[in-house]
Each structure stands twice: as structure tokens, then as C-alpha cells.
Design a protein around this ligand. Structure first.
Ligand code: NZQ
Ligand code: ZN
Length: 386
């Protein structure tokens, strides 16, 4: 096993109506909150009104920054920082999915500096040592951001989508009520399942042998397949939503990377190019990329794929290559079954975009930490995605 540090200070309240505990959890942190929300879903579902009335009940004055888009922009975070500073809020409450929560993390650290939050993502600013207390009310199971210190924002002018993390960005408390995800449409449900499976795979392909982490990973993927199909077949299936929510959190809260040197993350780096160039959903980019990336790196990873074929799909073929091919095919079939794409044409990205994609990959030096990606690899993987 590779040496590792395991630190996760986020308190998670999981289950139906955990929002009833919002007041006692937040009042210790102050009396003024900035609520951060997306475009429409939390207002349509009535969740925003419910949180506002809870603010009134617990005597917390609140201001709202709304309109965070999927594939969030750093400019929104900078604007919200200005509002947070003007109102001198004591805390941030993010109500939404990964885009909202990641933006809220940027606001939390931006509150204490006088430069654009984007300087953090560009590694041009000192690591933040303080951030406003952040509380999250998760409405979409996908990223795991509700229980990690990571945040991903993008700059459309420069064509960069960058991740960033710092220990002060862990949410203080995250409220995970599966019933809040019952309104998530099938496509977003599928993208979320694709994202959580990708997080498991990124860490599985990390450096080092870690039998417990590898079996955890296989279990996360196996259950994501089982409950992902159930949630797509019946979006109001609470048990399926409940399991997917907890799977997504565990897929990226530090559990799976123990002993794996944090993972490879080359597929995510490649996917950021697709999201920043074409504004496609993160999970959709990943379900197109992973089958291609796995195929491209065979036969170097046949034994790892055979492990997954056995522990995810119960296929125990003595011939490793056969088992490996089976895993890749079954994974792609599953993505198609739940309605997330496996080819670029399904998201209207055509071969005419080839040079634009390759240029962005080169400019951003897209790479994996274990499975290195050269310009030859960029193109070979791209050819497998058309
Ligand atoms: O904007 P609204 O109207 O709220 O609609 C959202 C959005 O259109 C909708 N939605 C969210 N909750 C809903 C709902 N619709 C109905 N009912 C609900 N309960 O879903 C759409 C997508 O929301 P978004 O937050 O973008 O999705 P997700 O949670 O998948 O987040 C994706 C972002 O997270 C980043 C990705 O790069 C992407 O920008 N990631 C963050 C990570 C982290 N911080 O650890 C790791 C991941 O690898 C990922 O990179
Ligand atoms: Zn992801």
C-alpha cells in the first residue's frame, strides 16, 4: 500500500427529513447566511422556500446568490464573494448539486482574500487557511463534493476547467436527504451514476495495491449498477435513490483512495476538455470516455479489469483478456441501458471538432498520474469515442 493520510471532518446527517436538524447545526456559527442555489430546481421543488422558512425559524438572516449553472463559472463565485463581503455573512448554505456546492466552496475561501477565486485554481495564490463555514443540502447524487474538500470551476474565455482542494473547504455539515433527489430527471440521474462509477475507477487505477480499497471500489460499482437501473426504471424509488446518494458520497470522500496514492484522474482531466468546450454534463463526458480509455490501455490493465469483471459482474473467466473485454462491454452496455452516452455523436460532437479537442488537451497538458497521456494517446482515445 502507498502511504496515505485519511482526514475527513465533515459531519453527515443522512436520511428522510434530516433538514429538521438544520437550525441546531448552524446557529452555533452565526446569524447571517448566504444561500447559494442553481437555476430553477430548488424553487420548483419547494426546497428553497422550506430552507428560507427554516432560516426564519432559527433567527438567521439570509441573502441569496442564485443562477449557478451546470459546469460552473468562476465569475459567479467572484460575484457571490462580493455579496458575502458586503453583507458580512457568517456562513454559506449550498442547496443543490455539485455545481452549486463547488461554487459555494470557492465563495467560502474567496471571502478572506482580495483576488479572484480563479487565482486559487490556477495555483497562483497561497493555499487558503480559512474559509467561511459551509453547510450543504444535497439535491443530486453524483460528485461526492458534499463530503470532500474538492471544487471544480471553469473559465470559458481560456478554455480551462480546473479542480482545486484545501482542507478548509470540507463542509462543516452536509444534509443528505434522498427524498430531495426524487425530482432529478433520468438523464441527470444517469450522469450522476456515471460520475460516481468514474470516481471509483479513477482511484482503482491509482498507484499501489490496496485490497480493501479495491474491494470497496468493486462493491461501489456493483451496487451503482444495481440501484442505477432501479432508479432509472422508477425515479420515485426511494430505496434506489437512498443507495445511490450514499454510494456517490463514498465514491469520493477518501475511502476508496486509501493506499492508492489518490488515483489516476486522467479520464477526469480529459473530460474537463469536453465539458469546457461543449458544455456537456460531466457524467455524460465520463461515460463516453471510460470505455475508450479502458480499451486504449489494454492489455496493460487486463488483470485489473478481470478483477472488476469478477467482483462487479460475477464473471470469473480463466482467460484474463476475455474477462477484461467482458468488463468493458458490460460497463458500456450498462451506460446505454441507463441512458448516458457512450459515443461523442450522442452529444452532437462530430469528427469535425477533432482539432479543437486535441488543441485543448495539449494546451491544458491533460494527463493521468499513473497512466500517462501523450498526444498520441489523446488521439487514439478520441478515435475510440466517435
Ligand atoms: O440548476 P438547477 O435548476 O438546480 O438544475 C440542476 C442542473 O441543471 C439539476 N438538479 C440538481 N438537483 C436537482 C436537479 N433537478 C431536479 N431535481 C433536483 N433535485 O441538475 C443539473 C446538474 O446539476 P449539477 O450540480 O451540475 O450536477 P452534478 O451534481 O453532477 O455536479 C457536476 C459538477 O460537479 C463537478 C463537475 O465537474 C461539474 O462541474 N465535480 C465536482 C467534484 C468534487 N467537487 O468533488 C468531483 C467531480 O468529479 C466533478 O468534477
Ligand atoms: Zn467526476
Amino acid at each position: 500500500m502507498e502511504n496515505f493520510k485519511y482526514y475527513n471532518p465533515t459531519k453527515v446527517l443522512f436520511g428522510n427529513d434530516v433538514l429538521d436538524h438544520l437550525c441546531p447545526e448552524i446557529t452555533a456559527y452565526g446569524s447571517k447566511a448566504l444561500l447559494v442555489i442553481g437555476k430553477t430546481s430548488v424553487k420548483t421543488s419547494g426546497l428553497y422556500a422550506r430552507v428560507v422558512s427554516l432560516m426564519n425559524i432559527c433567527g438567521i438572516s439570509h441573502y441569496t446568490y442564485e443562477g449557478i449553472k451546470a459546469n460552473p463559472l468562476y465569475q459567479d463565485a467572484d460575484e457571490a464573494v462580493a455579496l458575502a463581503k458586503e453583507k458580512q455573512v457568517d456562513m454559506i448554505i449550498a442547496i443543490g448539486g455539485g455545481s452549486v456546492i463547488d461554487t459555494a466552496k470557492a465563495i467560502a475561501m474567496g471571502f478572506y482574500v482580495n483576488h479572484s477565486v480563479w487565482d486559487f485554481y490556477l495555483q497562483k495564490a497561497a493555499k487558503p487557511t480559512q474559509a467561511l463555514p459551509l453547510f450543504t443540502i444535497l439535491t443530486l447524487a453524483a460528485t461526492g463534493t458534499e463530503m470532500n474538500s474538492g471544487t471544480v470551476l471553469q473559465n470559458n474565455e481560456t478554455g480551462k476547467k480546473l479542480g482545486y482542494s484545501a482542507p478548509c473547504l470540507f463542509p462543516k455539515v452536509s444534509f443528505l436527504d434522498p427524498s430531495l433527489t426524487l425530482t432529478v430527471p433520468p438523464n441527470q440521474t444517469a450522469y450522476g451514476v456515471s460520475d460516481l462509477i468514474s470516481h471509483a475507477l479513477e482511484q482503482f487505477f491509482g498507484k499501489g495495491e490496496s485490497p480493501l480499497s479495491d474491494l470497496y471500489t468493486a462493491a461501489v460499482i456493483k451496487l451503482a449498477v444495481q440501484y442505477g437501473i432501479q432508479a432509472i426504471e422508477n425515479p420515485s424509488n426511494y430505496e434506489a435513490r437512498e443507495q445511490i446518494m450514499w454510494l456517490a458520497t463514498n465514491a469520493l470522500n477518501g475511502t476508496l483512495k486509501a493506499g492508492k496514492n489518490a488515483g489516476d484522474w486522467g479520464v477526469h482531466d480529459y473530460e474537463h476538455t469536453l465539458s469546457v468546450l461543449f458544455d456537456i454534463a460531466h457524467g455524460a463526458g465520463l461515460s463516453i470516455l471510460y470505455p475508450a480509455w479502458l480499451k486504449h490501455h489494454q492489455p496493460g490493465i487486463n488483470s485489473k479489469l478481470a478483477f472488476l469483471a469478477k467482483n462487479v459482474f460475477d464473471v470469473d473467466d480463466s482467460d484474463q483478456t476475455t474477462a477484461a473485454n467482458f468488463f468493458i462491454q458490460k460497463l458500456a452496455q450498462f451506460y446505454t441501458q441507463i441512458g448516458t452516452p457512450t459515443k461523442l455523436s450522442e452529444v452532437d460532437i462530430l469528427p469535425t471538432e477533432k482539432n479543437k479537442i486535441l488543441d485543448n488537451l495539449k494546451t491544458n497538458k491533460v494527463n493521468g498520474s499513473v497512466y500517462k497521456l501523450t498526444e498520441v494517446d489523446y488521439e487514439a482515445i478520441l478515435e475510440l469515442m466517435w
